[in-house]
Ligand binder design. Sequence first.
Ligand code: NDP
Ligand code: 8X3
Length: 252
Amino acid sequence: MDKIALITGATAGIGYSTALKLAEYGFNLLVTGRREERLKNLKTEIENYYGVKTHSLCFDVQDKNEVYNSIENLPDEWKNIDVLINNAGLAAGLNTVQEGDTEDWERMIDTNIKGLLYITRKVAPYMIEKEKGHIINVGSIAGKEVYKYGNVYCATKHAVDALTKGMRIDMLEKNIKVTQISPGMVETEFSLVRFKGDKEKAEKAYQGFTPLSGEDIAEIILFTITRPPHVNINDIVITATEQANSFYKNVK
Ligand code: NDP
Ligand code: 8X3
C-alpha cells in the first residue's frame, strides 16, 4: 500500500494506538506531537516492527506559524496525504465558569479548536487538489452533552462537532470524506493531563469499571478509513459497555 496518514498527538493515548494500528495495516505515517523523544521512539518502533515509512513533526498545534511552516515544508512525497486524523487535544481542570482558570480555557480552546483548524487549513488543500481524502476529527461525548464542571472542555468538543459538519459541507463538492469519532472515557494520559499530573485523581477516574482503551478507538478509526470510496461514516459515538453517557456509569 502507498497511502499516507497524518496523525496529530501520536505521542500518547488514542493517537499512539492509532499510529500502531495504521502502521500494521500498511499506512505510511506522519506523526506529530510536542514531545520529541517520544516521536523519535515511535518512528523507530513503527519502522522496525511494521516496515512502513514514518516522518515525524514536532510542533505545538496552538502555534499557527509552527503548524504552517511544518506542513508547508514537508518533503513533496509526504504532502500526498490521504487521511488526516485531528486527534491532538486535552482537557485542563474541572471547575465552574465563575471560578475557572482562564489559562486552562485558553489552552483548551487554542488546542482543541484552533489547533484543529490550523492543521486542517494547511492539509485540506493538498487533498482538494487531488479531489480525494478523508479527515477524521476526534470529538467526544463531551461534544454531545455537557456535564458538571466540564463547561469549556465540552464547549470545545461541541465546536469540533460543528466544525466536522461544516467541513463536510465545505468539501462535499471536492469529494473529501469527513468523519467525527466521539468516544466516552478512554484510559490514556487524558486524566493525568486534566488533573495536572495528580496520579491519584487520574487513576480514580477509571476505577470500578472497564473504560475504553486507545486500541478500541484505533480499531474504529481503521474501520472508518477503510470503507469503500462511496461510503462515509459521519459520526460514531462509542462508550465503554459500563458507561451509558456522560452521567451514568456502572461503577462497582
Ligand atoms: P493523551 O493525553 O493520552 O494524548 C493527547 C495527545 O495530544 C498527545 O500525543 C499530546 O502530545 C497531544 N497534544 C496535546 N496538546 C498538544 C498540543 N498543544 N500540540 C501538539 N500536540 C498536543 O489523551 P487522549 O489520547 O485521550 O486524547 C486524544 C484526543 O481524544 C483528544 O482530542 C481528547 O479530547 C479526545 N478524547 C479523549 C477521551 C478520553 O477519555 N481519553 C474521550 C473522548 C475524546 P504531546 O504532549 O507530545 O504534545
Ligand atoms: C473525554 C471524555 O467524559 O471526560 O472527552 O469528557 S469525558
